[in-house]
Design a protein around this ligand. Sequence first.
Ligand code: AMP
Ligand code: GLY
Length: 429
Amino acid sequence: MKVLVVGGGGREHALCWKLAQSPRVKEVLCAPGNAGTALVARNVGIAATDVDKLVHLAQHEQVGLVVIGPEEPLCQGLADRLRAAKIAVFGPSAAAARLEGSKLFAKEFLTRHRIPTAGFRRFDRSGVAKAYLEGCTQWPQVIKADGLAAGKGVFVVKSAREACTVVDQLMEERRLGDSGAQICIEEFLVGEEVSVLALVDGESLCVLEPVMDHKQVGDGDSGPNTGGMGVYSPVALFNRRLSWQVEQNVLIPTLHGLRREELDYRGVLFVGLMLTESGPRVLEYNCRFGDPETQAIMRRWKGDLLPYLLATAQKKLSELEAPEWDPRTCVGVVAASEGYPGAYRKGDVISGLDDAARAPEVVVFHAGTKLSPSRSVLTDGGRVLCVTALGDTVDDARSRAYSGFDKIRWDGKFGRRDIGVRHATARTF
Ligand code: AMP
Ligand code: GLY
């Protein structure tokens, strides 16, 4: 069968790479893809948000499954449009994707279904929000724009003054457009963060291996938040007791909530959790695979991915055994362009990719890259590559990943040097 992967980041490269290994997949198409997906798939120059053209492409190419990577097309209803055209699709409906597309919808869903999360208040007028903040005695507080903001809509604020400035920027100046028309102000939670992903077909779920992301741009978790600067999996601190708690208190109630509210969820549910002293609490839902979490998950996934994605699309997940995992550790280090997560450089020539790929157990996934007319690989985004490696221990995987990372060069390349180090220092819960 032909499979179409929608998107063009590192997550999509990892999905294309894994799907291309399936004996049942004749061809992988990727729209729009990047220089890395071009190595394992046929790139088609259609934007991930061009819903009409994507539906037409899927019909014209007679693809057997569409896998939707990013959140925007999901929130725009790409999955609904494909289903209406009788095409199997891995990705939730627009109504269900509101779990990611609206922070307030997600918080109210969590409350309705008694799923543990941070306490919150909803505001649609800046004056009321500021009056509330002036009266707060507990700091920090967390302010979240309701709508999609490409990871730029969450602010941890330490004083009423700082908080009121953020409220004005979001609600008056509309720095994030309509996404900031309503906001959520929530309690600041303390603990370790972990990402848990589960395939959900509306009736059952299949929990994937947990992954630890590193959100902040600098070593030792310093500097502003990013989409994720590196990952490791498995996560030692996420022990069996925690995994049981998350399944019982978060995942199963979420599945029941989706069913009760008749939300058509057939895709991957990504739960960002804070492991607090009073147990795991939900920070956010995403309705898609994480990036760079997916790169680590695909490296550790043994066997064929296609049957799982197809069964999710067809509501047949319960017919499959749990997937098998490579017991080794995967570490993934993101190589980014100077300036990221702010304004960054683009168009620099990347060298050393082949050398890095020859390093033992290393696979380099592309994120923001493109091919020049002379076929050299150029930087084309803030997060450019994710260098992944497997190893028997975190230290083995780390040193392999960094030896691959260090072989790659371009002007302005940078990355964190401490991915996986926290593993050793994380306290237990
Ligand atoms: P989100 O997009 O909601 O995951 O938020 C982005 C990041 O902000 C999270 O990964 C956390 O590091 C931080 N964050 C969000 N909500 C909270 C909270 N209630 N308490 C502490 N940190 C938070
Ligand atoms: N790495 C976090 C995300 O994909 O949202």
